[in-house]
Design a protein around this ligand. Structure first.
Ligand code: FDA
Length: 500
């Protein structure tokens, strides 16, 4: 195959990839971004780019014949998932033996499908997780830079108190307060001004029309609207879509060769390509980047990669659960898809949990309070690569650690409010869904598999900028931290590594 050369290549267009692309482009370095998913900018026959969570179609899911939503049933009925035709849809569920990892596919990666919650962790916990990173500099320079470029904004508290669309959050807050627990507002990248106009009927509805998990047609500042738009605007960055990086190896004179497979909408490989580059940035996310590096190490393409590549992986302690409210505690048929509040019990050293109050927009009253809990689960797992496939050592017992912590907190809430769990939502009569994560973290941990700036050990001009740098736990939703760490890496690398 023909070798297409660029000074820099970025693998993946999620947070880590988008930051790298923008800062390379601004530095005048011609850069190609290789993304396995689609560019989501053209409308289907229904006039919409994305489908909603309540009427999922082929656009929802990455090459499946049926959708695989986290919340699979309602009243034990298989009402949620739908048969679909295979397509490069926007949400993927990567299944390992005892853990599924949800991730976004497309230009913008996870930003296309996530809840947009833009949370900065406690400085003390950040410092604990990243002992070699200057926390003062992160909190004075890189977190503010990330938040401003991502377009983070707060909800207007007065509107929050008044609107029907956040009744579900207010009910959960009341139940938390009754338990003596603290709640906190969580900022978001969804434009709350737009959301208020949706309610007023002066803007097209998206958050108020059950759109989120499979993309938002309006209102959300996903990366394609922020970092990536700015990157392409520099004139130096080109994004190639539906191109999956299958292998990386060393080229001549310290360069890298990146092999890709271009696919069509049916998933057929229509072209195999090779690119040469001087600088290679990996932003394929925790699973994507770790897989590429492990494959390179195990096949002998990059044999000097550190032994710690593949280790230090965790779920950020994710657990989902639902509570059944009393008949008088209605959560409302109207629910915004954008979460704006969390129950913050992280300071409880005996059982640290940060639980987001999650919406469940079904267009009818269902009396369910839903939560995504982030627990301080210290369990970690290791990826391995053999026979062409990636495996993850995470066990059900390791997940049980997360649900036990969530149970401790929510047992208190149930006791204080005389309520019970819902067992009908996740299949198998379970109250706790601990077999999937939205927050895959680690696999190529900062300061272990890389130096303190994401430079991959054993090689030069090879970098990791994504969630695989985070050692398994953050205590809050991760994308602001991933973005801020990538900003820190780029600031350093562009000064130190690219001097002529
Ligand atoms: P990310 O996964 O964003 O991007 C990786 C990109 O690389 C993808 O586009 C992928 O297709 C591409 N790629 C991978 N391998 C490739 C290869 N070999 N070749 C080419 N391309 C490749 N976080 C948060 O802070 N607040 C929130 O509210 C939420 N909510 C949430 C909900 C849901 C449903 C999910 C799935 C996730 C969240 N998250 C979240 C998590 C957040 O989205 C996640 O932490 C980040 O997207 C991770 O950013 P990365 O840059 O690591 O990778």
């Amino acid at each position: 195959p023909a070798l297409d050369n660029a000074p820099a290549i970025v693998v993946g267009s999620g947070y880590g990839g988008a930051v790298a692309a923008l800062r390379l482009g601004q530095a005048g370095i011609r850069t190609i971004v290789l993304e396995m998913g689609r560019l989501w900018n053209s409308a289907g026959p229904d006039g919409k780019v994305f489908c909603s969570t309540t009427a999922p179609d082929h656009r929802s899911t990455w090459f499946r014949t049926r959708t695989e939503a986290p919340l699979a049933t309602f009243l034990w009925l298989d009402l949620v998932n739908k048969d679909i035709s295979p397509y490069p849809g926007v949400l993927d569920r990567v299944r390992f033996a005892h853990m599924s990892v949800y991730c976004g596919r497309g230009v913008g990666g996870g930003s296309l499908v996530n809840g947009g919650m833009a949370v900065t962790p406690l400085k003390s916990y950040f410092a604990e997780q990243f002992p070699t990173v200057d926390a003062d500099e992160m909190y004075s320079t890189y977190y503010p830079r990330a938040r401003s470029q991502l377009g983070v904004n707060p909800i207007d508290p007065a509107w929050f108190e008044a609107t029907d669309w956040y009744r579900f959050s207010r009910v959960s807050r009341k139940h938390a307060e009754r338990t003596g627990l603290r709640t906190t507002f969580v900022p978001n990248v969804y434009d709350f001004g737009h959301m208020q106009r949706e309610e007023a009927g002066t803007a097209p509805k998206s958050a108020l029309a059950a759109e989120l998990l499979y993309g938002n047609n309006h209102g959300k500042r996903s990366l394609d609207k922020t970092y990536l738009a700015a990157a392409v605007g520099t004139g130096n960055v080109t994004i190639h879509t539906l191109e999956r990086v299958s292998a990386i190896r060393l080229g001549e004179g310290g360069t890298y060769v990146v092999q890709t497979q271009r696919i069509d909408n049916a998933g057929n490989v229509v072209e195999t390509k090779e690119y040469g580059c001087g600088y290679l940035f990996l932003g394929g996310g925790s699973v994507g980047t770790t897989e590429l590096l492990l494959r390179a190490r195990e096949t002998g393409a990059l044999p000097d990669l550190d032994a710690s590549v593949g280790t230090g992986w965790g779920t950020n302690g994710n657990v989902m659960l639902g509570r059944a409210n009393h008949l008088w505690d209605t959560v409302g048929a109207h629910q915004s898809t954008v979460p704006v509040m969390g129950i913050d019990d992280w300071a409880n050293t005996a059982n640290p949990v940060f639980a987001e109050i999650a919406p469940l927009p079904m267009g009818l009253e269902h009396w369910v309070s839903l939560y995504l809990a982030i627990t301080k689960n210290q369990e970690r797992a290791t990826f391995s690569y053999s026979g062409g496939s990636l495996a993850l050592s995470w066990t059900a017992a390791q997940s049980a650690v997360s649900s036990a912590m969530a149970k401790k907190l929510f047992d208190r809430i149930n006791r204080a409010n005389a309520t019970i769990y819902r067992y009908d939502l996740f299949g198998g009569n379970r109250a706790f869904a601990d077999d999937f994560t939205y927050h895959p973290l680690g696999g190529c941990v900062l300061g272990r598999a890389t130096d303190d700036y994401g430079r991959v050990k054993g090689y030069s001009k090879l970098y990791v900028t994504d969630g695989s740098l985070v050692p398994g736990s953050l205590g809050v939703n991760p994308f602001v931290t991933i973005t801020a760490l990538a900003e820190r890496t780029m600031a350093r690398v562009l000064v130190e590594d690219t001097a002529p």
